[in-house]
Ligand binder design. Sequence first.
Ligand code: KG4
Ligand code: ZN
Length: 343
Amino acid sequence: MNILAIDTSCDETAVAITNERNILSNVTHSQILMHQEWGGVVPNLARRAHEENIDMVIETTLKKAKLSWKKIDYIAVTYGPGLAIALGVGIEKAKELSRQYDKKLIAINHMEGHIYSCFAQNSAGNPLRPFKFPYLCLLVSGGHTELVLFKNHLSYEIIGRTLDDAAGECLDKAARLIMSGTVYPGGPLIERLAKTGKTDFVSFPRPMTGSKDLNFSYSGLKTSLFNYVNRHDDDHRRTHLNDIAASFQEAVIDSLIFKLEQAIKEYKINRILIAGGVAANARLRLKARQLANKYQGEALFPTFKTLYGDNAAMIGVVANYKAEKGDFVKNLDSLDREARASL
Ligand code: KG4
Ligand code: ZN
């Protein structure tokens, strides 16, 4: 069963072809360089770039997999969450192709894609990771910070979420503050700076560690960085860039790990899964592994580096399970983008 999957939820025009859990080709056209100039994603520019590139990305994906449309069984597309006008481009293209080639369409939630990115395999079927439900998932991206119970295929329950900013968004804003300029995305930059910095140079608060629920909050932490930067002169900031980044990153990671541990204890599940752009952070993954070891469990991450950020391969992998269940879009006209779709 070959599935051609499309994701245009944010700033990547992503198309992939998958067969069950195997990725046959996975192409992502990134708009990062374009948005970098503005210090963040500009929705109108994103939409236009998706429109300009989507046909080319689809062609390239088919070519890389050495497949023609005849060999494609279904089309899958992300319907949300994400930037509404960006999502719209992928959805309209998927509908058009579905009609043109007479293929059934499967609608996928972007966040369930991130979850399944931990189970994607290459074209040879590696790594082979059997599903051992249930899992505790920490989804951390530029728009989301959520704790999700992954009970079985396509069955989720959100048990915690951020009350304000997402962890990735918080790192993006922090990078702009400490670099005093337009930086995008900030997470990778903070990680690079933090590598040679002291994590205890500034004692930033660990948000929400006093609350019993499994929610997160990053606005207070962001304010404390803002105050710190304002209290010190530019010279101090420039000299201690690495230390400030390391201390801040540690506060963000500690708050994520703290709630994960709370969830492990509360739900008695020791298999954790971390996905989404922020999972690319090596220190977060190290601390998650240490946490899982403490509870004799395991920590899983996306199977390949290309699957940490947004991609369409993860969408194709979920679509496989939906197709098995016969969960197709019944009426193409009724499929609409859902910018705030929840799991
Ligand atoms: O999942 P993703 O690619 O897009 C969304 O769906 O939002 O996540 C993007 C987020 C950005 O906030 C970015 O700064 C963050 O992931 N990110 C990182 C790293 N790489 C990307 N955060 C921390 N460390 C990284 N290495
Ligand atoms: Zn994402």
